[in-house]
Ligand binder design. Structure first.
Ligand code: 5GP
Ligand code: MN
Length: 344
């Protein structure tokens, strides 16, 4: 049984027509794509291949190395590396899928070329407050991952029998990473039903988990150590925060992706319901990337939106700050008491 209530017949019919009538399909994930962004883009890329439709995946920048095993990964083209090629592909495209984001600001400079293109655009996403840019929108913020939503779309459109082992592995990747390995409150019995169906396609779930979480380089572990070492517990507000300074990251031979997931350790501290990590950009001076995580109903996304020009989901969100980590933390500590009633 399908529980996805947005799966109206006319939308699916339109999507089917768009796919059938298009010759040059482009698929775009958000900047610094994560497991769900890469998983959904490659699941779509691979299923289009099964129905003999070729497509191009254009990512604003590179995905972390621990995702490079995902079936079809080598086909991804990077805008920051080959701008002219990407612009040309976009100007010739007739259908653009934007996956795992709902605001064109999340793809940086690429935004301009998506707007300029004469393509039909389809948004498939699970974040809150979708912006109004797409011709066809599949948006459900109750769904734990874009990959889960995409699975429902595949089933509704009649592609279920085409979901092979590779496509299942891509979908499993996004479902696993965006649910904290099936621990978040977004996980439902339907999530597990879908996972069961993916297991029937003989995915190697153990291998996927190991590739993503147990493939650390020594720099990743040292970066983790550094973050944990400077953890601060604001006990009265059930909050912890960590930070990573640019000079420290350089010393530890930091590579992109090394800090992924570190923020989650904050929530393992007893009694904590809100945590943050402040990471100074190693390339751009005075630029801090912040990740927030929370337990239960604490709206980390509203906090991110109110104070750090960000957003995301209730339990996992992010934002940014212009300045250094100290200044960002200063603002964080000043802002926390404004959410006191939700933290105690
Ligand atoms: P992460 O902390 O893993 O980078 O991001 C967690 C979640 O927050 C993701 O779902 C991501 O889409 C969202 N997010 C991260 N940074 C930003 C941001 O700067 N703006 C918005 N709107 N969402 C963000
Ligand atoms: Mn996602």
């Amino acid at each position: 049984m399908l529980i996805f209530d947005l799966m109206k017949f006319d939308k699916i019919k339109k999507l089917k027509e768009l796919i059938n009538n298009s010759k040059n399909i482009v698929i775009i994930p958000h900047t610094s794509p994560d497991g769900d962004a890469i998983g959904s883009c490659l699941a779509l890329f691979n299923i289009l291949k099964v129905i003999n439709k070729s497509s191009n995946i254009i990512s604003p920048n590179k995905a972390p190395e621990f995702l490079n095993w995902t079936p079809g990964f080598d086909n991804i083209i990077h805008y920051d590396i080959d701008k002219e090629k990407c612009k040309k592909i976009l100007s010739n495209s007739d259908l653009i899928f934007t996956l795992d984001f709902n605001d064109l600001n999340r793809i940086g400079e690429l935004k301009e070329f998506v707007i300029k293109s004469n393509s039909q655009t389809v948004m498939i996403d699970h974040h809150q407050n979708p912006k109004d840019y797409a011709d066809l929108v599949f948006s459900n913020s109750k769904t734990g991952s874009t990959c889960e939503l995409l699975y429902e779309i595949f089933v509704s459109i009649g592609f279920e029998s085409m979901i092979n082992k590779d496509i299942s592995s891509c979908l499993y990747l996004g479902m696993m990473t965006d649910t904290g390995s099936f621990q978040y409150s977004s996980v439902t019995s339907r999530t597990h039903e879908i996972i069961s169906n993916l297991f029937n396609k003989k995915i190697d779930h153990n291998l996927i988990y190991n590739k993503v979480y147990n493939d650390s380089s020594s720099s990743r572990l040292k970066v983790l150590g550094s973050a944990l070492n400077n953890l601060t517990h604001v006990k009265e507000l059930k909050t912890v925060y960590m930070f990573l300074k640019r000079d420290e990251l350089e010393k530890l031979n930091y590579k992109k992706g090394d800090s992924e997931g570190i923020v989650n350790y904050g929530l393992t501290l007893k009694g904590v319901i809100f945590c943050a990590i402040f990471i100074e950009d190693v390339n751009i001076i005075n630029n801090v990337k912040i990740s927030f995580r929370s337990l239960g109903t604490f709206p980390s996304n509203l906090f991110a939106e109110n104070f750090f020009s960000g957003g995301g989901h209730t339990n996992a969100s992010g934002g940014k700050f212009e300045g250094n980590a100290e200044k960002a933390i200063e603002k964080f500590l000043k802002s926390l008491p404004k959410y006191k009633d939700k933290l105690i």
